[in-house]
Design a protein around this ligand. Structure first.
Ligand code: NDP
Length: 236
């Protein structure tokens, strides 16, 4: 059994982040999640954090470091949508989504890698979306933020790959969570028809890939975009 690691998952009170946190607990790690609202799952340390605020991110990391030691695995999962057709999308709709999904991830990655460089090991996982590379009408803001994470992971890989740190992107397709429950039925049916697997993913299916990418078996995978999308984004 490997030594337990200090794992931090952002947005771990519900949805995919919660499933990821539970999967790391099952793998024997010491797990913390950021919560803006709601509670952490059982056996997981919950720390208040809004990823739009650098000071809040710093405080959350300081608390996790005090309780569990330096963060060795970061899963930047917190994300939002604010869909609107391009011609009606305000600049605020765009920058708000980028602030949480992309700049928020940057704030966490920058804070986490400080400790990882000192440890000379670490795993950075960025939860993107099939939409980042596939595109989606009404989601210019969301797709841009998710595509940006690929540039982050690949640049971190080039900058810190020699320090025992890997950075990868996980790109889920459509997953059964609150985010997709909010979709109109016709939109959902349209997606289902386009997904070769013929169904949405379960959050646990995304979580399993995260645990693998953080494992010793994945030590030589970095800068990759790993789809978990039932074949929806093939070729992208
Ligand atoms: P949910 O809407 O169920 O959960 C989003 C999580 O992010 C919540 O924990 C939420 O906290 C947190 N969050 C949002 N804004 C902030 C913020 N400013 N600071 C801190 N935490 C924040 O989403 P999912 O579980 O479905 O999605 C998780 C990730 O997976 C997202 O990045 C999403 O883009 C991505 N994804 C989801 C897909 C899907 O089909 N569901 C498909 C592809 C990617 P709170 O509860 O307080 O709002």
């Amino acid at each position: 059994m490997p030594e337990p690691r200090s794992v931090l998952v952002t947005g771990g009170n519900r949805g995919i982040g919660r499933a990821i946190a539970e999967a790391f607990v099952a793998a024997g790690d010491r797990v913390a999640v950021t919560t803006r609202t709601g509670d952490a799952p059982d056996g997981v340390l919950g720390v208040a954090c809004d990823v739009r605020d650098g000071a809040s991110v710093d405080e959350a990391f300081t608390r996790v470091e005090a309780e569990h030691g330096p963060v060795e695995v970061l899963v930047a999962n917190a994300g939002v949508t604010k869909d609107q057709l391009l011609l009606r999308m305000s600049e605020e709709d765009f920058t708000d989504v980028v602030d949480t999904n992309l700049t928020g991830a940057f704030r966490c990655v920058r804070r986490a890698t400080k400790g990882m460089v000192r440890l000379r090991r670490g795993r950075v996982l960025l939860v993107s979306s099939v939409v980042g590379l596939y595109g989606s009408p009404g989601q210019v803001n969301y797709a841009a933020s998710k595509a940006g994470l690929v540039g982050v992971a690949r640049s971190v890989t080039r900058e810190l790959g020699g320090r025992g740190i890997t950075a990868n992107v996980v790109a889920p397709g459509f997953v059964e969570t609150d985010m997709t429950a909010a979709l109109p039925e016709a939109t959902r049916d349209g997606y289902l028809a386009a997904i070769p697997a013929g169904r949405l993913a379960r959050p646990e299916e995304v979580a399993g890939v995260c645990v693998f990418l953080a494992s010793e078996a994945a030590a030589y995978i970095s800068g990759a975009v790993v789809p978990v999308d039932g074949g929806l984004g093939m070729g992208h």
